[in-house]
Ligand binder design. Structure first.
Ligand code: ZN
Ligand code: ZN
Length: 148
């Protein structure tokens, strides 16, 4: 599923991107930080940061949402743009874009769903076949998450 180029951008169009050679997969995260940031769950498309080219970077605002990660948005329209690992962590160089900001969000496959034990009981994502992890599973795998 590698090799696709995808474009996207924010609601007002001030910030645009092209993601090259993208694996067309995404993860669903129900952690509290993603829930507050997105208003629901993060449907995040993760890939190496060097595969993305931005325009309108002067409109990008960033918030350090934990000791090891930041979240960014468009200063003009408020659209959430990305989650990014900062500093020296095993996830450095990774960026995660919300599926909904791609111009064409079709054709992606949900491969994993994390913090499943933090999902509100009022909604669920349909379909199966994806890997599910609890918060404890995630922290066991990536100890820095304890500080998310
Ligand atoms: Zn915007
Ligand atoms: Zn999350």
């Amino acid at each position: 599923m590698n090799g696709a180029d995808r474009t996207g951008g924010c609601l007002c169009g001030a910030v645009r991107f092209t993601a090259r050679d993208l694996a067309e997969e995404f993860g669903i995260c129900h952690c509290e930080t993603c829930r507050r940031w997105t208003g629901s769950a993060l449907l995040g498309v993760a890939f190496p940061e060097e595969k993305i080219a931005w325009t309108g970077v002067e409109h990008i605002c960033r918030y350090q949402s934990s000791s090891w990660a930041e979240r960014a948005w468009c200063a003009r329209c408020g659209t959430g743009l990305f989650f990014r690992a900062t500093g020296d962590t095993p996830y450095s160089g990774e960026i995660e874009l919300p599926l909904g900001i791609f111009d064409d969000p079709n054709g992606f496959v949900a491969t994993h769903e994390i913090y499943i034990d933090h999902k509100p009981d009022s909604y669920s994502y349909a379909g199966g076949g994806r890997k599910t992890l609890t918060r404890a599973d995630c922290v066991a795998k990536f100890p820095r998450l304890d500080d998310a």
